[in-house]
Design a protein around this ligand. Structure first.
Ligand SMILES: [Zn+2]
Ligand SMILES: [Zn+2]
Length: 127
């Protein structure tokens, strides 16, 4: 049970007790019709507060709070050589300007990064 709900229940009970006490206290303020109506309303508010917190804890207590939406995994971005925007390392073309950020080695055909000077697979000069 959440502490806030317990506090709400205790507060509701306290307000109820105060209202009931005022109702039967015989104080001049409470013996008038107006005073009685006010104490009854205040008592009802306290009762509702108590019930609301009690039922709320019963129905929602078991439900797990929605976990914070998992933030997307860090985008493995490197700047596009043409436009400078972030491009994922597994992208072959910049999604913003279409520049090939990774191409195939003209000799062996394997994927090589645009910043490579030499193909790491066959040693062909790429630039
Ligand atoms: Zn680009
Ligand atoms: Zn190669």
């Amino acid at each position: 049970m959440k502490p806030a709900r317990v506090v709400g229940m205790v507060l509701g009970l306290g307000i109820m007790a105060l209202a009931v006490g005022a109702f039967f206290s015989g104080e001049p303020a409470s013996v008038t019709t107006q005073g009685r109506v006010v104490t009854i309303i205040v008592g009802l508010m306290g009762f509702l507060m108590f019930v609301n917190n009690l039922s709320g804890s019963a129905s929602k207590g078991g439900a797990k709070a929605q976990p914070e939406a998992a933030s997307a995994p860090p985008f493995d971005a490197r700047p596009c050589p043409s436009c400078g925007k972030g491009v994922s390392s597994d992208h072959r073309f910049c999604p913003y300007c279409g520049t090939a950020v990774r191409g195939a080695c003209p000799s062996c055909g394997k994927d090589v990064k645009s910043e490579f000077n030499v193909c790491p697979y066959c040693g062909t000069q790429l630039k």
